[in-house]
Design a protein around this ligand. Structure first.
Ligand code: PRE
Length: 319
């Protein structure tokens, strides 16, 4: 015969006890984070060129990956990661509340992506013009911005995100004009690949699920997290074989390409100084700018391009 189930009152009493332990532990953690802040403030951070970076995306990615790796259940990895995401968000807010703005209206996907990436304890904002976000991140008016990026733009539900005018603004020219870097990516699955919408079919649902990607832009480089990707903008003369030659160093150095996006009609994108007929590519690949192989790649790409801009090494999205 099965052992009798414990009574409801006894179980709730145990939950109360565990909650108190959690409360103590969470506050212990917050007090440690406050000490980290004091240490950071007392040592100028080279990465941030003189100002203190309280937000450390590489460390946050490591913390969340570790939690997911150690998780023995019964809570699923994604749920524990979300809970720890919020704990870290509150700890960081104690160090310094971050001002994070999203490209989109309140409740837009970009806004939700900002909360997903940074947690609820940020000072959120949103706007519909990408250019002002780039300028304000660069000047320090805001700490970070979250923007839809890449092939996402094509399939995005405009009503959920921002005006068509805002999202078709060209990020390539903005990255070339402003000293900002990608410091994180947020994958946002609006349609789950395993639950296809019968109206659209499994293949489209999968494609849609994959396409929802946002980037976080900030100032300064992000140290390696151990599982990183990098992005560059490469401008080449728009002629046959150009892309073939551009990709040769990736092959030679054994670096795979995670994403390649062409920006056509580029002569109109960047203000007058650009040669007519230049074609831009945004290329994502695995690795961090501090790795020897990636340094060699950059040297090779510089010799093959009319415009070359490194736009960030950042942790592969965890949540
Ligand atoms: O490790 C740090 O640098 C911290 O500031 C602590 C902490 C955390 O709560 O774990 C908080 C904010 C950072 O973004 C990363 C991690």
């Amino acid at each position: 015969m099965a052992a009798p189930l414990p009574g409801l009152d006894s179980l709730r009493q145990q939950i109360d006890e565990v909650d108190l332990q959690l409360l103590t532990l969470i506050n212990q953690r917050a007090a440690l984070a406050a000490q980290v802040a004091a240490v950071k403030s007392s040592t100028l951070d080279e990465q941030s060129q003189g100002s203190v970076s309280f937000y450390r995306p590489e460390r946050e990615a490591q913390v969340l990956r570790n939690i997911m790796k150690q998780n023995a259940g019964p809570l699923p990895d994604a749920d524990v990661a979300r809970l720890f995401r919020e704990v870290m968000s509150a700890c960081l807010a104690l160090e310094k509340p971050l001002r994070v703005e999203a490209l989109g209206y309140p409740g837009s996907l970009a806004h939700l992506a900002a909360l997903k990436h940074f947690g609820q304890s940020i000072v959120p904002g949103q706007r519909t013009v990408a250019a002002s976000l780039f300028a304000d991140v660069e000047s320090g008016n805001i700490d970070y911005a979250v923007l839809p990026f890449g092939s996402l733009l094509a399939g995005l539900d405009l009503s959920l995100t921002a005006s068509a005018e805002a999202i078709t603004e060209n990020y390539v020219s903005l990255f070339l004009q402003h000293d900002v870097q990608i410091c994180g990516e947020v994958k946002f699955l609006t349609a789950r690949a395993d639950e296809p919408d019968p109206q659209r079919g499994a293949a489209q649902a999968k494609a849609a699920a994959k396409s929802q990607r946002f980037i976080v832009i900030g100032r300064g480089a992000v140290p390696a997290s151990g599982d990183d990707r990098s992005s560059v903008i490469a401008g080449i003369a728009d002629k046959p074989g150009g892309l073939y030659h551009l990709l040769a160093p990736f092959d030679a150095l054994g670096i795979s390409i995670l994403r390649l996006e062409a920006k056509q009609g580029s002569s109109a994108l960047v203000e007058s100084s650009e040669p007519a007929g230049e074609q831009f590519f945004v290329i994502d690949f695995p690795g961090h700018f501090g790795e020897e192989r990636v340094k060699q790649l950059f040297e090779a790409l510089k010799t093959l391009t009319s415009t070359f801009k490194f736009i960030g090494s950042y942790p592969n999205g965890v949540l």
